[in-house]
Design a protein around this ligand. Structure first.
Ligand code: H2U
Ligand code: ZN
Length: 358
């Protein structure tokens, strides 16, 4: 068996363990790998309170409700929910050619902080911890409703990702069936568990910890790494060291350590191009109200689009739309870059009064 270095400079494919899909890596195209630059973009002078923001305390939302004068985080039902609770069950199938079924669900929005001008990496670990607490209590409330089978907790950050409002916030969608990414990851984890009686991600994590070359950060409960099969240039995952099925299993200490891991990776992301780093991030966890899922191992994905600077993004087009995702810089290279970056936010260095680090 050859070591990875035999592949490293040649075009090769890597297997995504969680989905069974492949990514094409073309490292020979990066003759001069570090082409990153810090752009001199106009400073973001958002106020701490924006009277027109639907997430700021005391303001009104689309449905006419007033937000309370909240501290910490605040959750409400999305006024334009993509899924609705009162959707009746119905199916349509014509000759197995035209197939459809209704989907029941509900969508919530979580404001991470009353402060309009901050983002996750600019919140203190204790404040991020409050967001983790709210994720946990929302997960509990939603999973208490037996018709809900899957709960997706996520954050869409940055205009480039289609995020409508810079006020720090995330979303939760809960639904009566399993979405496609969860179906893929369920099948792969189940197949591994049936053979090995251990979680796929636990085995993968042990190997990564042994190798070390894709590890960005580690504390007693979580590891942040660039997955071997990363598609996005600076894609990462947070994986819990304990193979738990969902975030209800995290105790107070683990919730604090998760907040720390989130703070570290999002701060490093911002520092990479000295910009508020856009991404879609979210947790994957076991389906609910459908029995025990010992194969499922909690993890969080970060999918950031930026490639070379605050404005140069990777496009998933052409060959990637039609055939296969592809990348140039290797996951090992991305991990080395992210690892060496400071965990002190760049803004707090240049504008120490603006960004609390606690
Ligand atoms: P983004 O995270 O993609 O920006 O979405 C924010 C959500 O906030 C979006 O789904 C909802 C939108 O429907 N929203 C409300 O629930 N109430 C409002 O008053 C405006 C926006
Ligand atoms: Zn706001």
């Amino acid at each position: 068996m050859h070591g990875l270095h035999h592949l490293e400079s040649n075009p090769h494919r890597r297997l995504n363990l969680l989905t069974g899909e492949w990514v094409l890596v073309s490292p020979h195209r990066t003759k001069r790998p570090w082409q990153g630059k810090v752009e001199d973009l106009p400073r973001d002078n958002r106020p701490a309170y924006d009277p027109k923001c639907y997430l700021c305390p005391t303001n009104s939302r689309a449905d006419g409700d007033l937000n309370p004068d909240y501290q910490g985080s605040f959750v409400f039902k999305n006024d334009f929910s993509a899924l609705l609770e009162d959707t009746p069950a119905a199916q349509y199938n014509e000759n197995e050619l035209l197939v459809a079924k209704t989907e029941r669900g509900l969508c919530k929005v979580i404001s991470f902080s009353p402060k309009h001008h901050l983002t996750l990496p600019e919140l203190g670990i204790a404040e991020i911890g409050k967001v983790v607490d709210l994720w946990q209590s929302e997960f509990k409330n939603l999973s208490d409703q037996s018709w809900i089978k899957y709960i997706q907790i996520f954050e869409n950050k940055g205009e480039i990702m289609g995020c409508s409002n810079p006020h720090p916030h995330g979303q939760i969608w809960a639904q009566s069936d399993l979405p496609v990414e969860i179906i893929k990851e369920s099948e792969r984890q189940k197949a591994y568990y049936e053979v090995h009686q251990t979680s796929l991600l636990k085995a993968y994590l042990n190997l990564e910890l042994e190798k070390g070359e894709r590890i960005i950060f580690e504390n007693d409960a979580f590891v942040v790494l660039v997955p071997f099969w990363a598609v996005w240039p600076y894609e990462t995952m947070i994986i819990s060291k304990r193979p738990v099925q969902n975030l209800m299993a995290f105790d107070t200490q683990e919730k604090h350590l998760l907040a720390e891991a989130i703070k570290v990776i999002t701060t490093k992301y911002d520092n990479l191009f000295e910009t508020s780093f856009p991404y879609s991030a979210g947790m994957h966890q076991a389906p609910v109200n459908s029995g025990n899922h010992p194969e499922w191992h909690w993890h969080m994905h970060f999918y950031p689009p930026l490639l070379r600077s605050a404005t140069v993004k990777k496009f998933m087009v052409g060959y990637e739309m039609l055939a296969n995702p592809q990348r140039d810089i290797t996951p090992e290279y991305a991990a080395a870059r992210l690892k060496e970056l400071s965990i002190e936010h760049y803004k707090s260095k240049t504008h120490p009064h603006e960004s609390p680090i606690t």
